[in-house]
Ligand binder design. Structure first.
Ligand SMILES: [Mn+2]
Length: 264
């Protein structure tokens, strides 16, 4: 890592609050982000079991995770949230102390390469149940309900949301939709993107086309992996046994890990 200047740290699918000890591990991960001198932290979606932009929905794990992000910002590091399927209405004023920007897509360039970050939950277009649920849950009426509902009811709905997610996403948790991922990657490549970064699927995958590449990053939830992007545009994962991003053939780091029990 000598002489390799880190610009960005990327964490995907943390699901904070889902596993014991994850809060302490998150603090450590952010400590590493500071220590490496990253300028920006990109959260590639699904930071918590669910994150709604209105504070009435926030439980203790959300509040403590957000406090960590606020502290990171205080130390001068930008925090970007890419919206996942567990994230709703991230553009509220209530969330603004905790991130510099939030949205469905984030892009940047490094070392002359153009990067595009998306969560990846819309890649499987065939999953109509999920697409319906997504449209409904992120709609204007849903937003209005979220603002007006009594707190306890609101929190019950968030917990119900998790159960709903477990059902709707089931149809594509068995295998990565590799053909759809490749198609989506090629669309982005044609639009001038050099590197596409996705989360959501929880395991590593890579597609290379000449100088361009698309990566599915492993879930932090299961691997505690941080992905680093350097000033030269190179990408590295740590710990590196979760998938070597650099100088490997495209198929070699498909992990084939299965986890049918947890909702993505
Ligand atoms: Mn997801």
């Amino acid at each position: 890592m000598l002489a390799w200047a880190v610009l960005r740290a990327i964490l995907a699918d943390l699901h904070l609050g889902q596993r014991p000890g994850d809060s302490a591990a998150f603090v450590q991960a952010l400590e590493a982000v500071r220590h490496r001198g990253a300028e920006e932290l990109v959260l590639l979606g699904d930071v918590f079991r669910a994150l709604v932009g209105f504070s009435r929905f926030w439980d203790e794990s959300v509040r403590s995770g957000l406090a960590q992000l606020a502290a990171l910002r205080t130390s001068g590091i930008r925090v970007v949230m890419v919206e996942g399927n567990r994230d709703f209405f991230l553009d509220t004023d209530e969330l603004s102390p905790f991130c510099d920007r939030a949205g469905p897509v984030h892009s940047f360039s490094a070392g002359g390469r153009r990067f595009l970050c998306e969560h990846g939950d819309t890649i499987n277009r065939a999953d109509r149940r999920y697409r319906f649920w997504r449209r409904l849950s992120k709609s204007r009426p849903a937003r209005l309900w979220a603002r007006l509902l009594p707190r306890r009811l609101a929190q019950r709905i968030v917990h119900g949301t998790e159960a709903q997610l477990a059902r709707t996403n089931f149809s594509y948790r068995r295998a990565l939709p590799e053909v759809l991922l490749e198609q989506a990657a090629r669309r982005h490549f044609r639009a001038g993107v050099d590197v596409v970064l996705w989360g959501h699927f929880h395991r590593s995958w890579r597609f290379v086309d000449g100088q361009r590449e698309a990566l599915v990053l492993p879930a932090w939830l299961e691997t505690r992996a941080t992905t680093w992007v350097g000033s030269d545009g190179a990408i590295r994962a740590e710990p590196d046994d979760v998938g070597q991003f650099v100088d490997t053939a495209s198929r070699s780091w498909y992990q084939g890990r299965e986890s049918n029990t947890a909702a993505r």
